[in-house]
Design a binder for this molecule. Structure first.
Ligand code: NAD
Ligand code: ZN
Length: 248
């Protein structure tokens, strides 16, 4: 409602150390489907969930081949940031945004112009590969070129190990330093602004509870309900490309 929007705007205006927590919903208007929204990848094909599971990836060549096939045509390679990403650039210019904790792997915050040092990529980036054996990191385009040239499951060029996108799959631990940075940001903010996340993936979602326990106000901007709506001062359901610019 207009009243909720006004309350949220007042809260944003009164806050000095805002931390954003973003999820796949902020990039749907850039043409990248989320997982659990109405047009989500898993909503449409629940079997696709196993492609995001580390154990399945490591143990099954078939899963890896399917993953690589999906990667080559992924909408993220062409995607442009939208008005919702831009809103965080505008908020940063006011000097009151201390971090963007994102569950996204699409680098659209950085492409929009957010300071890369403020962006905490909890779940990594799909623009790099990592070798699961020797940790060698490379540009994703290198692996994709090999796939396009006919390799169905390109091994690590250094050691022959299993190559994977540098993203966090289910069953895979988050980078400890990245998670620690996110925790520090969460406990030291005065407002946590959630945008486009179902807040069902942990430990990411738990950072919202952590911020609230440490005394931060919470605003949830998400089309569908989240488990943290009860702890939010305001919940806004509208489309993010409209809601976020209106907030900042
Ligand atoms: P999710 O799919 O669980 O939730 C997205 C939420 O956004 C949904 O609740 C949906 O209702 C809402 N939403 C979608 N479009 C919206 C819009 N235009 N306006 C307002 N709300 C909108 O996503 P999640 O919580 O980020 O968790 C999914 C996991 O999948 C994350 O770990 C992430 O790493 C990964 N993922 C990333 C991308 C990406 O990088 N763009 C895309 C898909 C999945
Ligand atoms: Zn290797």
């Amino acid at each position: 409602s207009a009243e909720d929007l006004t309350r949220a705007r007042d809260l944003v205006a009164a806050s000095r150390r805002i931390v954003a927590m973003t999820g796949a919903g902020i990039s749907t208007d850039s043409g990248i489907p989320d997982f659990r929204g109405p047009n989500g990848v898993w909503t449409k094909d629940p079997a696709a969930e196993k492609l995001s599971n580390l154990q399945a990836y490591v143990s099954s060549k078939e899963v890896r081949e399917q993953s690589w096939r999906n990667r080559t045509g992924h909408p993220a390679w062409q995607a442009r940031p939208n008005a919702a990403h831009q809103a965080f650039v505008d908020l940063e210019r006011t000097g009151r945004l201390s971090a963007i904790i994102t569950q996204n792997i699409d680098e659209l915050h950085q492409k929009a112009g957010s300071d890369p040092d403020l962006v905490i990529e909890l779940h990594g980036t799909m623009f790099q590969t990592v070798c699961l054996d020797c940790d060698d990191r490379r540009d994703m385009q290198e692996a994709l070129a090999r796939v396009r040239a006919g390799e169905t499951d390109p091994p690590c060029s250094e050691c022959g190990g299993i190559l994977k996108s540098a993203t966090i799959s289910f069953g895979q631990a988050l980078d400890v330093d990245v998670l620690e940075r996110a925790r520090v940001a969460a406990v030291s903010c005065d407002l946590m602004l959630v945008a486009g996340s179902s807040l069902t993936v942990h430990p990411a979602a738990g950072l919202v509870g952590l911020a609230a326990s440490a005394g931060a106000a919470v605003i949830v901007c998400n089309a569908s309900p989240t488990p943290y709506d009860d702890q939010a001062a305001v919940v806004l359901r509208g489309p993010l490309a409209e809601v976020l610019p209106a907030l900042v």
